[in-house]
Design a protein around this ligand. Structure first.
Ligand code: NAP
Length: 242
């Protein structure tokens, strides 16, 4: 059985990715932090669409909890392995530098960058043993161009893009590809507080993206067809660069 682990799979982009990968024939492991109801709903939608999966609750910032949950899963699935990992869990805690609290800095770096390390390391071990795998990291336009009020988020996403390239160099010869996806504005809970009608004026395609559109790109990178793409960061932002 092919398995895909999606961190932050309960809502937004992660949920759309769960549905897409399930449609492609993967059993999905839906990670979430606390929103059990939404995670359960995602699993039900996966099942209604003809797929299957399971929930795996852990905080991506908790190194020991990540390793324990993943190793426990591997123990109970001796014949299976996680072929696709989507590092997607994330939060925004925007503020201007002088007003940014230490907690806002630490938590955003911890979730996006620490989470990448904490989850990827235990999953990678098995990918290396099987000489097969796809790792897809959810970056952001912010990590490419920088955004006022997002020093923490941009630093985390920029770091994630660099880590993507480094890891791709490490594991390419072992049959594993590592890529990042950099969305612009996407309509999810995370952007619910933003004024779309104002912000869309700067977007050539004149709208926010949909989570399903990001999931299509993730699905492609997870597919056999993307076998010669690694170390890339692919933008998906409606033409918004400046
Ligand atoms: P969202 O709708 O707010 O969903 C966030 C998801 O992450 C939820 O499933 C949440 O779980 C999970 N999560 C948060 N902290 C976690 C933790 N410490 N451990 C485990 N899971 C955690 O966000 P989204 O808009 O879909 O964003 C998904 C990813 O895309 C993020 O990495 C974000 O930075 C990136 N992104 C988003 C946009 C955008 O415009 N939306 C643009 C560029 C990049 P619970 O449900 O349990 O809370």
């Amino acid at each position: 059985m092919k398995y895909a682990l999606i961190t932050g799979g309960s809502r937004g982009i992660g949920k759309a990715v769960c549905l897409k990968l399930s449609e492609m024939g993967f059993k999905v492991i839906i990670n979430y932090l606390s929103n059990e109801g939404e995670a359960q709903k995602t699993l039900e939608e996966v099942r209604t669409a003809g797929g299957d999966g399971e929930l795996l609750k852990f905080n991506v910032t908790d190194r020991e909890a990540c390793a324990a949950a993943i190793y426990e899963w591997q123990e109970s699935h001796r014949e299976d392995f996680i072929e696709v990992l989507v590092n997607n869990a994330g939060v925004r805690r925007d503020n201007l530098m002088l007003k940014m609290s230490e907690d806002d800095w630490d938590s955003v770096i911890g979730i996006h960058l620490g989470g990448f390390f904490n989850v990827t390391k235990p999953v990678l071990k098995q990918m290396l043993a099987r000489r097969k795998g796809r790792i897809i990291n959810m970056a952001s336009l912010s990590g490419l161009k920088g955004v006022a009020g997002q020093c923490n988020y941009a630093a985390a996403k920029g770091g994630l893009i660099s880590a993507t390239r480094s890891l791709a160099n490490e594991v390419g010869r072992k049959g594993i590809t590592v890529n990042a996806v950099a969305p612009g504005y996407v309509r999810t809970d995370m952007t619910g507080d933003l004024n779309e009608s104002e912000l869309k004026k700067d977007i050539p395609l004149n709208r926010f993206g949909e989570a399903e559109e990001i999931a299509e790109l993730v699905g492609f990178l997870a597919s056999e067809k993307a076998g010669y793409i690694t170390g890339e960061c692919i933008s998906i932002n409606g033409g918004l660069y400046m």
